[in-house]
Design a protein around this ligand. Sequence first.
Ligand SMILES: C[S@@+](CC[C@H](N)C(=O)[O-])C[C@H]1O[C@@H](n2cnc3c(N)ncnc32)[C@H](O)[C@@H]1O
Length: 209
Amino acid sequence: MGFYDPEQNVNQYIEMAKGFDGKALIDILRTYMPAGASVLELGMGPGVYLEILAKYFDVTGSDNSDIFIERFRASHPDASLLHLDIIDIHTDSKFDCIYSNKVLHHLTEQELKASLMQQRNALNTDGVLFHSFWKGEGREEMQGMLLSYYSISQLKHIIGDMFDILALETYSEMADGDSLYIVLKKQPNEPLHPQPIADIRRVTYNGQK
Ligand SMILES: C[S@@+](CC[C@H](N)C(=O)[O-])C[C@H]1O[C@@H](n2cnc3c(N)ncnc32)[C@H](O)[C@@H]1O
């Protein structure tokens, strides 16, 4: 069970996120991706960003919380939605872009590296990743939910030579310069294989993996 499986945590997040819609980030993404490109959103939560992405792209939303998925499906019965974990990205489909807003900070560095490898394998040739993070150092834990802060140099180190970095920029969400976004382009080399996910996945909410 994850942090966002209980209904009350979902409701709490929706209240807290009111007023944020990420339109500015999606406008940046549009400078890298042509209209109509296939975009997978990871950790869609309430789906506010998915609705904006859907105006420009052929979108698939995903989350590992059934509550977020079911709530969005109730109001968007035709939406393409996947129950997907951000570490193992278990899907046979390939996408032109994989996008997330403030989701990958729930991973440890080791999990983030594995996730990036798996995402790379789920991208079409010349595919692009677009993700945002909280900028800073260290990490906190709230009821088993990890909140990691990343610096530019730390992200560069994790990305290594897996991708070309098209952009790695600071922006402001709740406070001045509190966030980072990255735009990564897949390099045309062999598929990457992380070590077995079960070996690296941390124990999370309710002490489960
Ligand atoms: C901070 S919320 C962000 C939601 C949305 N992107 C937004 O900006 O409003 C984090 C989201 O990531 C999802 N999430 C956390 N861990 C996940 C995992 N291991 N696999 C898939 N989704 C996960 C949560 O269910 C939640 O929807």
